[in-house]
Design a protein around this ligand. Structure first.
Ligand code: FAD
Length: 156
């Protein structure tokens, strides 16, 4: 097998949302190892944990305590806010922290995965690189850096 469960692995993230009126911030604020995102409708997203627990969904006391601690250090006023919802999901992590985008050594198999915390942010670049790989255009510097083949064993 060219890849195993250590090439791309789940990293659980727990999140909390609340509402504040007026909005607590106008921009995303990073700090204290976490972040607080204020949506225009007043919804506030607080995140997040980074846990190697396999594909185990769920919310834990420890995770919530961690998110609350980070969020209230960024914005102490959140101590009075009511928790509206909470959830967890998985980020696809990789050993070197970079995604795997492009052709593999298996003919016709392309990967666009392993984006860890930046899958949304990197969607436009990923689309460009996949097109590049599928149309056989000459490889850019980014394509070489993110090539899945960096994790593949040389075929014998
Ligand atoms: C709490 C949290 C906050 C985040 N915040 C940000 C952010 O602010 N900005 C940002 O850029 N990124 C953020 N991310 C990361 C982003 O969500 C991921 O990088 C992105 O979702 C990865 O995209 P993907 O398509 O590779 O995987 P996924 O989005 O996980 O999609 C994989 C899909 O495959 C499906 N699937 C899985 N197994 C099977 C199977 N066996 N058969 C069929 N279907 C299957 C799943 O149901 C899923 O729909 C965050 C992630 C988390 C968890």
């Amino acid at each position: 097998m060219p890849f195993d469960s250590e090439t791309i692995y789940p990293v659980r993230g727990q999140m909390i949302t609340t509402q504040t009126r007026p909005p607590i911030f106008r921009r995303i604020v990073f700090g204290a190892g976490g972040y607080v995102v204020t949506r225009p409708d007043g919804r506030v997203l607080c995140g997040s944990t980074m846990e190697r627990v396999g594909f185990q969904r769920g919310i834990t006391f420890g995770g919530m305590a961690d998110v609350i601690e980070k969020a209230t250090r960024i914005a102490p006023d959140l101590r009075q806010a009511a928790i509206e919802s909470h959830w967890s999901s998985f980020r696809p992590g990789t050993p070197d922290g970079l995604p795997l985008v492009g052709r593999t050594h298996i003919d016709g198999l392309f990967l666009a995965s392993g984006h860890y915390r930046n899958g949304i942010l990197l969607a436009p670049l990923t689309a460009e690189l996949i097109v590049e790989a599928m149309t056989g255009e000459s490889e850019s510097r980014e394509a070489r850096a993110l090539s899945p083949r960096r994790f593949e064993e040389p075929s014998v």
